[in-house]
Design a protein around this ligand. Sequence first.
Ligand code: BTN
Length: 270
Amino acid sequence: MKESLNAEAVKRVTQTRLLGQVVHYWDEVDSTNAALLRLIKEGAVEGTVVVADAQTRGRGRIGKSWFSPPGVNLHLSVLLNPPIQIGEARLLTLIGSLAIADAIETYGVKAQVKWPNDVLVTDKKIAGVLAEVQARDGRVAHLILGMGVNVNIDRASMDRLFADAAAGATSLREALGREVDRSAFAALVLERLEKHYFDFLSAGKRPVLKEWRSRSFLGRRVSVREEDMHVEGVAMDLDEEECLLVTLDDGSSVRVREGEVIPIEKGARG
Ligand code: BTN
């Protein structure tokens, strides 16, 4: 398949008012989030997008790296300046995962969101979101929303490159049985992100949370790892700070701020 990922292609097909009016593209960059941080220092405006074919130091959540080989996936960061308190910034991660799930569903593939930042297809991770925030006086000054999506990577490459994580990963190509144009996919993500972002700015967090809940794994049994804690229970809901509340078998609850949460198949306890 002949596809081209570049700034012009993304801009040409993106129908938005704010996001993606300025697009920077690199064949290779350390991290699109890091590149956008550098652009902020040069005065980048809200909605500025950085896209890269490959990343040499792609960043994941909780200090993990994000594997970003050339020619296959989407690595995209967007600059947002939401007028919100720092404590509300987690909402934007949820919005990012909803936007990716919407874009995937445009291709007829069912996608779920998983707290705090993942998108799943057939229970396997297809995308992750990393929000990095600069704060001033307790408010968000800049928020870099970085999104990594396994678009065209094939099963053999995932097995070879993702090592232990390969079994829990999938791609849009694997789900669809064909490749997808990454610029067109990036445009869909930006359009859906803008819609959810504008809805959030005008109507607050309620509609976002309602939609996130309806497409999430809440109600399922999960395994939770956070620092020294390793427990199993049922993912019940988000609290007012978008932390995950999990009810354990003894009826007690734990509040998960940053941990790793893995849905467990029915009958796979222990
Ligand atoms: C995660 O699931 O751990 C989050 C992964 C986020 C990866 C994306 S790729 C584009 C952007 N640039 C980065 O360095 N990270 C994010």
